[in-house]
Design a binder for this molecule. Structure first.
Ligand SMILES: Nc1ncnc2c1ncn2[C@@H]1O[C@H](COP(=O)(O)OP(=O)(O)O)[C@@H](O)[C@H]1O
Ligand SMILES: [Mg+2]
Length: 283
């Protein structure tokens, strides 16, 4: 399914954007992908104040695979919006891959979002009239990348999710699992620090969902940092760490059974360099 070009996974967010001259060796390696402290998000509804996040603390390191769980209304979507730079907290501090996001303007926020986050949604959110290729190319267009490089990167991302032979297909000419893989390719094409998925298998049958989760595991082995928001324990079980949210705070934060399994990849896994070896060593 994946074209074995995993080295990119853990690479710093890449050349394409803002001419970031990353000459130094993996400068961001020790920078947490997410550092949130005292995150608060209040919504004012009429005369009522809804406290969706109430001083939430969360740290996520490079190449972690984290599931965020919690009952309905616990603040998962609010947290995801803040993590994904779709929203800013009312109070508290949020640092995304070294950038303090809490007090950026909307415009700056959009730039950071485009550079650092790859989103995968429950409903795929693909452009229906556009080919898989064009859907995947689009974030690079927004980032101002030249056509030749866009094409190379989009093709590479589609190869990575096993869709090299489906690039010219439109979403309605693809299966549900293939659509979600296009969405994953679109999320990865900017080489984001974080792959952020909201119920990524919610619209898929079990077998197809498993296929997408297998893809996530593979990407994680290649060094990708992944956060999945889900209410399904089966989905969370694929991650290595489970953070449970309740009433806008972290209720528990524990390694999953998968992390504890002997040979559970990800434990002591150092990302890009180890990626191929870890993959080969897997039974
Ligand atoms: N845009 C909004 N305006 C007002 N209240 C909201 C809004 N979004 C969420 N809430 C409230 O914030 C709380 C957390 O919601 P949410 O983050 O959607 O939880 P979850 O995703 O875990 O179900 C809920 O009480 C919800 O009603
Ligand atoms: Mg929600």
């Amino acid at each position: 399914m994946i074209s074995g070009r995993g080295q990119r996974g853990a690479a710093p967010p890449s050349s394409g954007d803002a001419g970031a001259s990353t000459a130094t060796a993996a400068p961001a390696a020790s920078v947490p992908v997410i550092k949130a402290h005292g995150l608060t998000r209040d919504y004012v509804v009429g005369s009522e104040l809804v406290r969706a996040l109430r001083g939430l603390d969360l740290g996520i390191q490079r190449n972690e695979y984290v599931a965020i769980m919690g009952p309905s209304g616990s603040g998962k979507s609010t947290l995801m919006n803040v993590i994904g730079c779709l929203d800013t907290p009312t109070a508290g501090e949020y640092v995304l891959n070294g950038t303090r996001v809490s007090d950026l303007t909307d415009r700056e926020l959009a730039r950071v979002r485009n550079r650092e986050i790859g989103f995968v949604f429950q409903t795929f959110n693909l452009l229906a009239r556009s080919s898989a290729f064009h859907n995947v190319e689009l974030p690079l267009l927004y980032a101002g990348m030249k056509p030749a490089e866009r094409r190379a990167r989009a093709e590479e991302a589609l190869e990575r999710v096993g869709l090299a032979d489906r690039m010219r297909h439109r979403p309605n000419e693809l299966s549900g699992g293939q659509r979600q893989r296009v969405a994953v390719a679109r999320a990865l094409v900017t080489r984001p620090a974080l792959l952020l998925a909201d119920e990524p298998t919610g619209n898929l049958d079990t077998a197809t969902g498993d296929e997408v989760l297998a893809l996530f595991e593979e990407l994680h082995r290649q060094g990708q940092t992944i956060v999945v928001v889900t209410h399904e324990p089966d989905v969370a079980a694929h991650a290595l760490r489970r953070v449970s949210i309740r009433d806008g705070r972290v209720e528990s934060d524990i390694p999953t059974a998968r992390a504890a399994r002997p040979g559970g990849e990800g434990v002591g896994h150092t990302g890009a360099q180890a990626g191929t070896a870890a993959e080969e060593g897997r039974g």
